[in-house]
Design a protein around this ligand. Structure first.
Ligand SMILES: *Cc1c(COP(=O)(O)O)cnc(C)c1O
Length: 346
């Protein structure tokens, strides 16, 4: 049996040998006492990289996002984000649960927001309206097929938020994919955001962890909220070491994943069971089934050939490339996809 080629998500990566060595030799301590030097090193490394004052290591991107939302809102406030946003769709209703805030959903092209879309949705001060207090952007946009914001697009959104007294948070689960693609520098990000979530366990390949970045004051409050959420960790340096290793070794290679995604998209554009492939910007390929095929049956046919992927709707599938899919496996996957003859559903 051939080894499966797993395009379900860039979260399925396994730690490399170098990463495991870094983890096993990490210097650790009790991080709830502030004594784990590896956790502290990771937090400083990322806050320095993004030109922000401080960082907070958390078990997941959901936790960094939800802590940020809790820091930047009060109960009865409203959060403005795209209708595809991870913070709204995939975090278990956390905004309502943790922050007692409502959500104003926008409909950006591929999930990308602009001042023109946001401005009319900011509530004026009126007793009928929830208080608009926070805008959340996602870069890259997961449901938008890995679409990217450039800093040029972010700057006027920041200016709008500032004029209206709103905070701006970035769900940067795949921020390094965006940086590699756009050529923007991480150091220029800090000035535009009140909070940034960075995932280490997506394309960067660490087993666990995300870091929330913000001002010293924000991170002080975030640390208390993390404790209340049950996210204070003890000898977490073993995990932070994987994150440091990933930042040192797995950023520039993301361009390979982007190249692989484009190769897959080109192949998918030429098969009969696909009607449309979303333009590829980074490491995500979303494609629509042709008339007569459903995502479910094509997914099954692919799985029969050892190719795993995920459905994003009744007639759309998603491939995500990452460091555990080699160039050879991409070639192999393309051959199998080109020869695939899924049965029609209707
Ligand atoms: C994966 C992801 C997160 C965080 O997910 P966790 O599994 O909680 O780490 C947040 N935002 C986006 C856009 C994501 O893709």
């Amino acid at each position: 049996m051939q080894k499966k080629i797993d395009f379900r998500s860039d979260t399925v990566t396994l730690p490399t040998e170098g990463m495991i060595n870094a983890m096993m030799t990490a210097r650790v301590g009790d991080d709830v006492y502030g004594e784990d030097e590896t956790v502290t090193e990771l937090e400083h490394k990322l806050s320095g990289l993004f030109n922000m004052e401080a960082g907070l290591f958390c078990p997941s991107g959901t936790m960094t996002n939800q802590i940020a939302i809790k820091c930047f809102t009060r109960p009865m406030d409203e959060v403005i984000c795209d209708q595809t946003a991870h913070v709204y769709r995939y975090e278990g209703g956390g905004i309502a649960f943790h922050s007692s805030a409502s959500v104003r959903l926008l409909n950006g092209p591929r999930g990308i927001l602009s001042p023109g879309l946001i401005a009319p949705e900011i509530n004026e001060d009126n007793i009928h309206y929830p208080n608009s207090s926070l805008v959340v952007l996602e870069n890259t946009v997961n449901k938008g097929g890995g679409a990217c914001y450039t800093l040029e697009q972010i700057e006027p959104i920041h200016a709008l938020c500032k004029r209206n007294g709103l905070k701006l948070h970035l769900d940067g689960a795949r921020i390094f994919n965006a940086l590699v693609k756009t050529g923007d520098s991480a150091g220029n990000y800090g000035q535009y955001f009140d909070g940034i979530s960075v995932c280490l366990s997506k394309g960067l390949g660490a087993p666990v962890g995300s870091v929330l970045l913000g001002s010293g004051e924000t991170i002080h409050q975030a640390r208390k909220i993390r404790k209340a959420f049950g996210g204070g960790m003890r000898q977490a340096g073993f995990l932070a070491a994987a994150g440091i290793y990933a930042l040192d070794h797995h950023i520039t290679r993301l361009s390979e994943d982007h190249f692989h995604a484009q190769l897959l998209a080109d192949a998918l554009a030429n098969v009969s069971f696909v009607s449309e492939v979303m333009p590829v910007e980074t490491n995500i390929v979303i494609f629509k089934m042709a008339e007569g095929y459903t995502a479910g049956s094509v997914l099954k046919s692919l799985a029969g050939q050892g190719i795993l992927c995920g459905a994003t709707g009744p007639d759309t599938l998603r491939f995500v490339t990452h460091l555990n899919v080699s160039a050879d496996q991409i070639t192999q996957a393309i051959e199998l996809i080109t020869r695939l003859k899924p049965v029609k559903d209707y």
